[in-house]
Design a protein around this ligand. Structure first.
Ligand code: E4P
Length: 225
């Protein structure tokens, strides 16, 4: 499963990229609003850090507006993927951008049928929102699981990107459900790295290492275990 970082914060993307685990980035208007400035500039900087897919979301309500924004984003860098919200206008924009050779990520997917239609229209990424479905007492992961099965059964030319990830367990479940990608906020990526037994294990190994340098101390401490 590929891992995307779900943020528009340049420092966060730099940090996680150094860990060698980031295959791409997703942004949305809310994430961009936390950063501010020019969306094009932010996208340009992100694309300088990663050459994986970088999703940039259109906000226009009509198809022509979506196409115009989508083309503008696509001109920023070759790895931009235009994010378009599910809907009648969204599907048309996805189909037309596909015809122009511009890749799209269909966002705000809450059912397997929506994902199926987005794939048929030509979206290369399908983004079911796991956390927002869980919030209303439905199983977000069921949608991921169903959509993965549909994509693979019918050999659709699209990848399922588990979005709206709220905790590390969502990541494990997305991987087990066969999601091709999960997009993850930095905070959750950090939670995935750390474990109390890893931290205490490191502390103990360091303590023992130091004790070897001073034999009397080592004898007393190791003997006491
Ligand atoms: C990413 O593509 C989505 O826009 C993002 O994961 C949504 O997350 P949220 O539901 O926590 O806002």
């Amino acid at each position: 499963m590929k891992i995307f970082l779900d943020t528009a914060e340049i420092d966060e993307i730099r940090t996680a990229s150094r860990w060698g685990v980031v295959n791409g980035v997703t942004t949305n208007p809310t994430l961009f609003a936390k950063v501010g400035g020019s969306y094009d500039d932010v996208l340009r900087q992100i694309c300088q850090i990663t050459n994986g897919p970088v999703s940039a979301e259109v906000v226009a309500e009509d198809v022509d507006g979506m196409l115009q924004q989508g083309r503008q984003f696509a001109a920023v860098a070759p790895n931009i993927v235009v994010k378009v919200a599910m809907g009648e206008q969204g599907l048309e924009a996805i189909a037309r951008l596909r015809a122009e050779g511009i890749k799209t990520n269909c966002t705000l997917i809450f059912s397997a049928n929506q994902g199926l239609l987005a794939a048929k229209a030509g979206a290369s990424l399908l983004s079911p929102f796991v956390g927002r479905l869980d919030d209303i007492n439905q199983s977000g992961m069921d949608v991921v699981r169903e959509l993965v099965t549909i994509v693979e059964t019918h050999h659709l030319d699209a990848e399922v990107l588990a979005a709206s990830i709220r905790h590390p367990r969502h990541v494990t479940e997305a991987a087990l459900a066969g999601a091709h990608i999960a997009t993850i906020p930095l905070k959750i990526l950090r939670q995935m790295i750390h474990h109390p037994l890893t931290e205490s294990g490191i502390a103990l190994f360091r303590e023992d290492w130091r004790a070897v340098q001073s034999p009397r101390l080592e004898h007393a401490r190791v003997g006491a275990r």
